[in-house]
Design a protein around this ligand. Structure first.
Ligand code: TXA
Ligand code: MG
Length: 318
């Protein structure tokens, strides 16, 4: 089987109804989707990704109303965020009802739900009478693809189709939130910056995405999002050398050969850096460099999420 790129939403809907696993676009990263209520189809997500079944999956719905039967409650604090950011790149961890198959939540009491904004995915979700379970469409531990062709490169032959929705507009995974006590907690930094969430809530939520022996959400395991080529942070002591690749945010410093460099945002916009990061990492990874260097982001706005991902991507190589 070769994997085909298509823009035919009905064909993808049919494949999903048939129990197949397919690549789908979202505004964050591409997903590897299946009918969440078909346990066999969900099981194939884990085997295709090479992902342990102890790592639960996010359910994707058209809107909050569609998700109601799967959630025991949806707290006021979350409703505030839903009103503000949905459809969009935020995921809610809430108590599940028995309708959610155990395989989705890996036996945990809460389920992750999200209402994506990508227009083609929304058309697809509106056509389906079941939610889509979809992790990012990378092999376990690898960099998440943000364009259809990069899904095909990672999963060629393992899935029949990728719905080609163009490049993802955010480029980093969704922000995962839940409620503990009366307060919102952030379990994974993501495409919606902490600052934006704090403004809506009127307080700064606690971040609980630290690494631990049994991570609540394994997107939080220490080594993740890593290219094959060793990746380290750039600093002023790093010199230009043959066989080394460099990822810069805006400007290439003097003396660095442009052929060995990628610029993530010509205009120096951190959101554009975020949008281009995974695609550029995957591209640079394929160029056969012995080593890659990337600038360390300032921990402000979306930079905090970038820092989280890059700390994990570089952790393996320190
Ligand atoms: O932007 C996104 O969220 C993308 C797109 C495709 O929607 N999806 C994504 O899924 O990033 P995934 O599986 O790569 O990451 C989801 C994270 C995982 O770290 C998982 O452990 C955590 O969410 N998660 C999912 N369900 C959970 C649950 N019931 N309890 C705790 N953590 C959960
Ligand atoms: Mg992932």
């Amino acid at each position: 089987m070769t994997t085909h790129l298509t823009r035919d939403i009905s064909k993808i809907a049919e494949a999903l109804r048939f129990g197949q696993t397919v690549g789908i676009p979202t505004e964050t990263v591409y997903g590897l989707a299946a009918n969440a209520l078909n346990e066999q189809a969900v099981a194939s997500i884990f085997s295709i990704k090479g992902r342990p079944t102890s790592n639960p999956l996010i359910l994707h719905f058209y809107n909050l109303e569609q998700a109601r039967p799967y959630m025991e409650e949806f707290q006021e604090e979350l409703y505030l965020l839903e009103q503000h950011f949905c459809p969009g790149p935020i995921t809610f961890l809430v108590a599940k009802t028995p309708r959610v198959p155990e395989i989705i939540t890996a036996g945990l009491p809460r389920v992750a739900v999200r209402f994506p904004s990508h227009p083609m995915l929304r058309t697809l979700l509106a056509e389906l009478d079941f939610p889509l379970a979809a992790p990012s469409a990378n092999k376990y531990g690898a960099v998440s693809p943000t364009q259809a062709l990069q899904v095909k490169e990672q999963l060629n032959g393992l899935i029949p189709f990728v719905l080609d929705g163009g490049p993802c507009s955010f480029g980093l995974e969704s922000t995962i939130v839940g409620v503990e006590g009366q307060k919102v907690v952030i379990y994974r930094l993501g495409s919606i910056p902490l600052d934006d969430i704090s403004v809506v809530l009127g307080y700064i939520p606690e971040i609980k995405n630290q690494t631990s022996a049994s991570p609540l959400a394994p997107g939080m395991v220490k080594f993740h999002y890593a290219p094959n080529t060793p990746l380290k942070y750039f600093d002023a002591s790093v010199r230009a050398k043959e066989g080394i690749g460099y990822l810069f945010y805006q400007n290439i410093p003097d003396g660095f050969p442009h052929l060995q460099c990628t610029v993530l945002s010509q205009g120096g916009d951190l959101r554009e850096v975020a949008r281009n990061l995974y695609r550029s990492l995957i591209e640079m990874d394929a160029k056969g460099f012995q080593q890659l260097y990337i600038e360390k982001p300032e921990p402000m706005g979306i930079g905090l999420t970038l820092l989280d991902r890059l700390n994990r991507a570089t952790a393996k190589f320190q």
